[in-house]
Design a protein around this ligand. Structure first.
Ligand code: ING
Length: 325
């Protein structure tokens, strides 16, 4: 399956949807010219990364959200996909309802080669601070704007493969990848907006690219997944955003990577069979021991060590086994 990460350069705060959609259509057409069947656009691909500001003008905030998808402004993208037979994933800001029951999500959709929406994911790990904090060098106010995703980590059968989607910060956590793999995903598509520097964590700055690639390389290997990760990159409204859009093989290798901080295609023809080969190597259904992993679901964060008795209680009746006999 020939895949592309369609990296985007910066999007200005006042950029019109029409101008952004023209860039996306151009990338989709170029990708189809390379034989791509599936193109991955970044997180929040229709707008600037506005959670870097606390915007009090509700009209401006509402202007960053889509309350219907597709809609008239993004229609050219869907028409291009159908005409070329090339699917895509698109990150955007989703508004559901209005007034007291309104919900807002950081969302990605999967659009199939016929130009129809085949799946939706809403970001689960919404990072940053819930309120403006003057002590911080960098505001990252996603929880101010977005509700936590409420669709779980669904998978979709599309283009003769099984696909999951994740968004940006999700990639840094091991759990979502495993939950997708446990449903047979072999390809995970992810968009991101990651600051190139973290003024509040300066010791991480030299490791930004490692901290981007490392969890995805590990996830690809440990779960037998192909991963396509697509950046919103470059100098956007005074903030430097990482590039490094890449395609990662289940072997853990970064097989293709972007070289600019602007609109750029990263293309690779993936052997999907490799996902199964690594899955067979680990043989999860034989070797995983979910009865020993319970703390992962019982606890959100760190707590007291379990005593030997508590471990024994947890392991007394593991599914299908009785160590006492
Ligand atoms: N961006 C960030 C990321 O994980 C983040 C999250 C928050 C980074 C606070 C630094 C500081 O790369 C997104 N869009 O999730």
């Amino acid at each position: 399956l020939t895949l592309a990460a369609a990296q985007l350069g910066p999007i200005a705060r006042d950029a019109s949807r029409e101008s952004v959609v023209r860039r996306l259509v151009s990338l989709l057409e170029r990708a189809a010219g390379h034989g791509c069947r599936l193109v991955v656009f970044p997180e929040m691909a229709l707008t600037t990364f506005f959670p870097r500001w606390l915007i009090e003008d509700e009209d401006e905030v509402a202007g960053f959200f889509e309350s219907a998808m597709p809609n008239a402004q993004v229609a050219p993208l869907f028409e291009t996909a159908a005409r070329l037979g090339t699917g895509f994933t698109l990150g955007y800001c989703e508004q559901v309802g209005a007034g007291d029951t309104m919900r807002r999500y950081n969302t990605a959709i999967l659009v199939d080669a016929g130009g129809n929406i085949a799946g939706k994911y809403r970001k689960v790990h919404v990072p940053g601070n819930p309120e403006f904090d003057p002590a911080l060098g960098l505001q990252h106010l996603e929880p101010w704007y977005f509700d936590d995703g409420d669709l779980g980590f669904p998978v979709f059968d599309c283009l003769d493969t099984r696909i999951g989607m994740l968004i940006c910060n999700d990639r840094r956590w091991p759990e979502p990848w495993r939950v997708l793999a446990l449903q047979g995903a072999e390809l995970v598509l992810l968009g991101y907006n990651s600051p190139a520097q973290l003024p509040d964590y300066p010791r991480q700055n030299a490791l930004r690219t490692d901290h981007h690639q490392l969890p995805m390389r590990a996830a690809a290997y440990q779960n037998g997944l192909w991963i396509v990760a697509s950046a919103k990159a470059g100098h956007e409204e005074g903030c430097d955003m990482m590039g490094g859009s890449c395609i990662i093989s289940p072997s853990s290798e970064v097989v293709a990577v972007s070289s600019t901080l602007d609109d750029e295609l990263v293309v690779y023809t993936a052997d999907l069979g490799l996902a199964g080969e690594y899955r067979d190597f680990f043989d999860m259904s034989r070797c995983r021991r979910p009865e020993t992993y319970g703390l992962i679901c019982d606890r959100r964060g760190e707590g007291d060590p379990l005593t030997a008795e508590e471990w024994a209680r947890r392991l007394r009746h593991p599914a299908g086994r009785d160590p006492g006999t």
